[in-house]
Design a protein around this ligand. Sequence first.
Ligand code: SF4
Length: 92
Amino acid sequence: MVCTSVKEGTECSFMGSKGCQFNGGNCHPITEKCEGCQKVVKRPSGDYCLAFPDPTIKWRFGNCSMATHMKAKDEKKNGKVNPLKASKRRAH
Ligand code: SF4
């Protein structure tokens, strides 16, 4: 259903006829570590993640698996390119 809470207008699996069913009744704002991620959506009540209702959980045991900004940093840091992925990129 479409969210009528903090991420109004966004399709969400936690939204139901009785409102938001997520723990606490709405999404939680992003953490500092989320800044720069493409999944961040700005709303009047704050910045939220499009993928997860509580971003702090995604960072609790290491890097968020869906973070778009971390992948870019990792590739630059390692300086290595996966040859299979590189050939697929060239094919496009
Ligand atoms: S995908 Fe991960 S890093 Fe990106 S906003 Fe969501 S919780 Fe934060």
